[in-house]
Design a protein around this ligand. Structure first.
Ligand SMILES: [Fe+2]
Length: 410
């Protein structure tokens, strides 16, 4: 385990190791920077001409997609899959969720426990309308649906899941990762979320597993680096903290419960799958203090900021208008944010979902998670707010389908 007392010394030492993997770390960074710039220019051109930036596909076309489409998804690291659920079904699920929140007095509870969750506290915009609820029937039904099973298998299969003879995960068997919901009122001006990545901040530089994931990036082989190769992604070790993900997700994502578009306090992405190479090698440059990593702190979200990453931030785009039942997915290395202001007219509500295929790491988590499910507590990755223990109409084991039970490792 990483000893946080010595974190600055560890950073200094590991930065040196990482620099020495390259013949010339400055030149290596400069090559990566050039690639990022060319991707940014493409994004800016598309934006100027009002063209589609994030690849999109309809649910019904998923299994007849083209190789070219998959290539685009892999380059951009994100995809919108539309019409996964019927609008009517989503309306009903949205209402059920609203009732669940109201009949259980969530807002009162939340005021009492608000400071338990510090995950986003280093980001400039740190008060999202994210609810610490995990086990409503709406969430559980979405997670265990046959539709999500199809979507997640498709997403998992975009990855290379083997390292020589070692099978890293099974793309066709899914475990579920219980996550929260986001609900933003129209006119909401509490801040959104600044650009960040989950699944590790300083770990990405100092952890041996992550160093293997990014070996090619540091060792002058950026062109050969494939963010969709899962090798060593199951070997990473996170710094212990509430609210940092301890699973391997092939994609993070959400399902829209309501219609929402740019300006409605929605998601923003930097659609470049290899962005992490830029973030990692940027921190090795000499204008960054030796004991720092461009603002990334242990046990917090990885920070992407204008001091060090202004080039990358030019590529931040709001996702297009989403309808209820549409889904959006992004690679765990893709930088994302939530717009600061909701200037639209309706609630913008989403259920977060992650794609967590069957592997040892995810199974170990799922087993811990299932205990929390039974007790109605917050899952192991999240602050122990445990709002739902006494909640009426919480999903229980009786609400699980056979697939749902399998996905929860029950
Ligand atoms: Fe995030």
């Amino acid at each position: 385990m990483i000893d946080l007392k010595n974190i600055e010394d560890i950073i200094i030492k590991e930065k040196n190791i990482l620099r020495n993997k390259s013949k010339n770390f400055r030149e290596n960074f400069s090559k990566i920077e050039k690639y990022i710039l060319s991707e940014i220019i493409k994004i800016e051109d598309l934006k100027k001409n009002n063209k589609q930036i994030i690849p999109e596909i309809k649910f019904q076309d998923l299994n007849s997609n083209t190789e070219e489409f998959e290539r685009e998804v892999k380059q951009k690291g994100c995809v919108i899959i539309r019409d996964v659920f019927e609008d009517n079904m989503m309306d009903e699920m949205n209402k059920n969720l609203e009732n669940y929140i109201e009949e259980n007095n969530y807002y009162e509870d939340q005021k009492k426990k608000a400071d338990l969750d510090k995950y986003f506290s280093e980001l400039k915009s740190g008060k999202p309308q994210i609810f610490g609820l995990y086990w409503s029937k709406t969430q559980v039904q979405i997670r265990q649906s046959a539709e999500m099973d199809v979507v997640k298998k498709w997403l998992n299969n975009l990855w290379i899941n083997k390292n020589k003879d070692e099978v890293i995960f099974d793309p066709n068997q899914e475990l579920v990762y219980a996550d929260r919901i986001r609900r933003r009122e129209p006119g909401d001006s509490t801040l959104g979320l600044s650009p960040h990545c989950d699944a590790g901040s300083v770990e990405r530089w100092i952890d041996k597993g992550y160093q293997s994931v990014y070996e090619k990036v540091f060792a002058d082989k950026f062109l050969e680096y494939d963010p969709f190769n899962a090798s060593y992604r199951n070997k990473t070790q996170e710094i212990e903290s509430p609210a940092v993900s301890h699973v391997f997700r092939t994609f993070q994502g959400w399902v829209a419960l309501t219609q929402q578009g740019p300006g409605d306090g929605t998601l923003q992405l930097i659609p470049i799958a290899k962005s992490m190479a830029f973030i990692l090698t940027r921190a090795l440059m000499e204008d960054v203090n030796e004991n720092e990593l461009c603002g990334s702190k242990p046990a917090r979200a990885l920070s992407v900021n204008s001091t060090y990453h202004s080039l990358l931030l030019r590529g931040l785009v709001s996702i297009p208008k989403m309808n209820a039942g549409d889904t959006v997915w992004w690679h765990p290395d893709v930088v994302h944010a939530v717009e600061d202001h909701h200037s639209g007219t309706g609630y913008s509500n989403v259920v977060y979902v992650g794609s967590t295929p069957y592997c040892e790491k995810n199974l170990a988590y799922a087993q811990k998670q299932s205990k929390k499910f039974i007790e109605g507590k917050s899952p192991p990755d999240f602050a122990a707010e445990d709002y739902e223990v006494t909640y009426k109409n919480r999903a229980t084991i009786d609400d699980l389908t056979p697939l749902g039970k399998k996905q929860l490792a029950l």
